[in-house]
Structures are given as structure tokens and as C-alpha cells.
Ligand binder design. Structure first.
Ligand code: SF4
Length: 175
């Protein structure tokens, strides 16, 4: 079991096994519209030359005439646009994740909302793992949030993401 100082309130029971590429086509990025903080926005914008070659052609083309964020606001910040039903940055996986990983840090460019999924902050320094019918979960048909989908403990499979969460501090919230 992973050693972490992070308090994950349902860590003893929550399960999670991301099956992207093993039966999941990346459903959490389909119509995925993470919002980006000003700092995230600038970081992605400044590295678009590295990102562009990895995008779907239609997503890259859309950037010729438009920004990667749209006018809609979520959690106080503008949301990444969707192109042809998928997050602009999705191309058989998250391009921002891929470019960051190539530079040695998968979370370097990825919006924190995406990096942490399905971990949610409680706003008091503790976190919980999203699971079907837990804490008012809305996404009760996403199979990876079904606690019966796997026996693997989320705090083990999500050790890299939990390590990122540990750097965020006790006052962290999405806004
Ligand atoms: S930024 Fe990456 S992880 Fe987040 S929705 Fe878009 S493709 Fe998916």
C-alpha cells in the first residue's frame, strides 16, 4: 500500500483502475471541458509549439482562428474548447499529459482538474475518490468510478496523482 501523508477520506475502500487503452477510449475527455487557471492558461499557451504537432488535425486547425479556451466559465475560470466532440487537447490520449511526460513531468501542462481525476478536494486539506453514489456523484455511468469495477485500491493506483496533490497544500480548492 502507498505511503502518503494526504488524507483521502475514503482511501480505505475506494477502488480505481484507469482502463484507458484497455477498453476505454478516454471517456473522461469526451466533451471534457476542464477550466484552466490563469497560470495554467499561460503555461499551455507558451508551450503550444510543442503541443501543436501532437493534436488532431481538426483541433490544430481550430487554433489557427481561435484560442484554446472558449467563453464559458466553470469554477471561476474559462473552459478548454471541445472540437468534434472531444477536448481540443485529446488525441488518443491527453496531448498535454504526453508532452509533459516527454519532459519528465506528466502534470506539467495538464490542467489540475484533469490531473487529479477522480480525486476531489474537500476544501479542508482532505480529499476523496469519486465513486458511484458517493458524495452526490453525478457520473454514475462511468464504469471506472464503479467501486466494483476493480479491486485495486485508488490510493495505490493513483500514487503519482496523490504525490501531486501533496504539493497543493491544505487550502487547495478548484477555484
Ligand atoms: S486537458 Fe487532457 S486530460 Fe483534460 S479533458 Fe483535455 S485531453 Fe482530457
Amino acid at each position: 500500500m502507498s505511503k502518503t501523508s494526504l488524507l483521502v477520506v475514503n482511501g480505505a475502500t475506494a477502488t480505481f483502475d484507469c482502463s484507458f487503452g484497455r477498453g476505454c477510449v478516454g471517456l473522461c475527455c469526451q466533451h471534457g471541458e476542464p477550466s484552466v487557471t490563469p497560470a495554467e492558461y499561460e503555461r499551455i499557451r507558451d508551450h503550444l509549439p510543442q503541443v501543436l504537432p501532437h493534436l488532431r488535425p481538426e483541433a490544430a486547425k481550430s487554433l489557427e482562428s481561435d484560442d484554446f479556451i472558449g467563453a464559458e466559465i466553470k469554477l471561476g475560470n474559462p473552459m478548454v474548447r471541445v472540437v468534434d466532440g472531444w477536448c481540443l487537447f485529446f488525441n488518443e490520449g491527453c496531448v498535454l499529459h504526453k508532452v509533459g511526460a516527454l519532459e519528465g513531468n506528466f502534470s506539467k501542462y495538464k490542467p489540475i482538474q484533469c490531473t487529479m481525476f477522480p480525486l476531489e478536494p474537500n476544501g479542508d486539506g482532505s480529499w476523496y475518490v469519486r465513486q458511484w453514489n458517493h458524495e452526490g456523484e453525478q457520473w454514475n455511468d462511468l464504469f471506472c468510478l464503479n467501486p466494483e469495477n476493480t479491486t485495486l485500491k485508488a490510493i495505490d493506483t493513483m500514487a503519482p496523482e496523490i504525490a501531486v496533490a501533496e504539493t497543493l497544500g491544505p487550502d487547495f480548492s478548484w477555484e
